[in-house]
Design a protein around this ligand. Structure first.
Ligand SMILES: CC(=O)N[C@H]1[C@@H](OP(=O)(O)OP(=O)(O)OC[C@H]2O[C@@H](n3ccc(=O)[nH]c3=O)[C@H](O)[C@@H]2O)O[C@H](CO)[C@@H](O)[C@@H]1O
Ligand SMILES: C=C(OP(=O)(O)O)C(=O)O
Length: 418
């Protein structure tokens, strides 16, 4: 099995280009199922999850073509199946996002229940309730969500809690429903705005994406179109934390700074000088040690749960004590025990982790448990003395494009072995 080996001690310096967002491209690829002609998606990141989604769309019958310039064209006109198998859904829970498009377009969908994952139980009840509000008959049988509706009907739907995936699924379904849908307590993440932009390019009528109330006027059909995926704010944040932890100076190209307020504020609080120039973000730490920061994860625009593990790694070597509250997922502290193996001082009590900064970490073999946990271990490895060997990096390949090449380009000593 492949591993990543990091030798700590190099401050990062230089420029790096940020890829398209994993959490935007996955729903967008599912949304292409709604169209009645090919849809071209550009700025597609090379990620394992994108390959899995392409396989899923292919299984449904869609034609997929890929060009070298990070472009992907999905031709949904050949779709002949409305069944998403357990084999694919279990490896990537975002597969559940084909439910809304298939149901809206074909009046039927059978999608395997995704099950939980390392970070929490992750139910899909809110997705199901949303489809029921639009008039679908939904049952759960033999591990599958089975949904039917001759045509979905627009409705007012209030989400019980803020969910990115449920908002996306119901938004996609509503685009082809009869009449108007109003989604209240909708998630406001930038990836939802990007999905709505893509749907609009396909002819959907959507207002209010990026706010808590999204209004959708259903249309009879969606046509082909083209869309460029928004920059990955989590990848960008991960590189900024890497620069801050190593006392370096790094410029990110092709970012969307307006989607990153909470993360940029926390990095400034940690002592970094941040400069934004159009789509470029420069972080300069001038060799200083970061100051510990307190943070609480919450839905956008508050601090993202997908950056919690990386900031925990930074607090491990920061000056002072940082208190981290995780409010989104019930089990998203799996990286703690691995960071402890590197010499960190962290105490967990329920949803709170108290991190006391230590003068230095020491490299050791560690195991990645989930995507962002893997990133936090690389970050810790960049400052640890000696070698940190990270196992189970398949998690990392789900969501980071060429991370070791990008970090090497900034001067890190990192390599993939095995
Ligand atoms: C592919 C993708 O975009 N993944 C992101 C998406 O995941 P995902 O869309 O799965 O996350 P949600 O926003 O739905 O989850 C938020 C919370 O709602 C709960 N919940 C969700 C749905 C539901 O039907 N019932 C329910 O109880 C979840 O268990 C969790 O506690 O948003 C998360 C929160 O920003 C991010 O960490 C993930 O990276
Ligand atoms: C938790 C994440 O992804 P997913 O929802 O695909 O598991 C993530 O991107 O950090």
């Amino acid at each position: 099995m492949q591993k990543i080996v990091v030798e700590g001690g190099q401050p990062l310096n230089g420029e790096v280009q940020i890829s398209g967002a994993k959490n935007a491209v996955l729903p967008i690829l599912c949304a292409t199922l709604l169209a009645d002609a090919p849809v071209e998606i550009s700025n597609v990141p090379h990620l394992h999850d994108v390959v899995t989604t392409a396989k899923l769309l292919g299984e449904l019958g869609a034609g997929i073509s890929i060009d070298e310039r990070y472009g992907m064209t999905v031709d949904p006109t050949t779709v002949h199946s409305q069944v998403a198998s357990y084999e694919l859904v279990k490896t990537m829970r975002a597969s559940v996002l084909v439910l809304g498009p298939l149901l809206a377009k074909y009046g039927t969908a059978e999608v395997s229940l995704p099950g939980g994952c390392a970070i929490g139980s992750r139910p899909v009840d809110l997705h199901i309730k949303g489809m029921q509000s639009l008039g679908a008959e939904v049952t759960v049988e033999h591990g599958f969500i089975k949904a039917r509706a001759s045509r979905l009907r627009g409705a007012r739907h209030v989400f019980d809690m803020v969910s990115v995936g449920a908002t996306e699924n119901v938004l996609m379904a509503a685009t082809m429903a009869e009449g108007t849908t109003v989604l209240e307590n909708a998630a406001m993440e930038p990836e939802i705005v990007d999905l709505a932009e893509c749907l609009k390019a396909m002819g959907a009528q959507i207002e209010g994406a990026g706010t808590g109330r999204i209004t959708v006027h259903g249309v009879e059909r969606l046509h082909g179109g083209s869309h460029a995926v928004v920059a990955d704010r989590i990848e960008a944040g991960t590189f900024l934390v890497a620069a801050a932890m190593t006392g370096g100076r790094v410029t990110l190209r092709r970012t969307r700074p307006d989607t990153m307020d909470a993360v940029l504020d926390k990095l400034t609080e940690a002592g970094a000088t941040i400069t934004v120039d159009g789509d470029r973000i420069t972080l300069d730490m001038q060799g200083r040690r970061p100051k510990a920061v307190n943070l609480t994860t919450a839905p956008h625009p508050a601090f993202p749960t997908d950056m919690q593990a990386q900031f925990m790694a930074m607090n491990c070597i920061a000056d002072g004590v940082g208190v981290i509250n995780e409010t989104i997922f019930e089990n998203r502290f799996m990286h703690v025990n691995e960071l402890l193996r590197l010499g960190a001082d962290i105490r967990v009590d329920g949803h709170t982790a108290v991190v006391r900064g230590v003068a230095g970490l020491s490299g050791a073999p560690v195991m990645a448990t989930d995507l962002r946990a893997s990133a936090s271990l690389i970050l810790a490895g960049l400052v640890a003395e000696g070698e940190t060997i990270i196992d189970r990096i398949y998690h990392l390949d789900r969501g980071y494009e060429n991370i070791e090449e990008k970090l090497s380009g900034l001067g890190a000593r990192i390599r993939r072995v095995g």
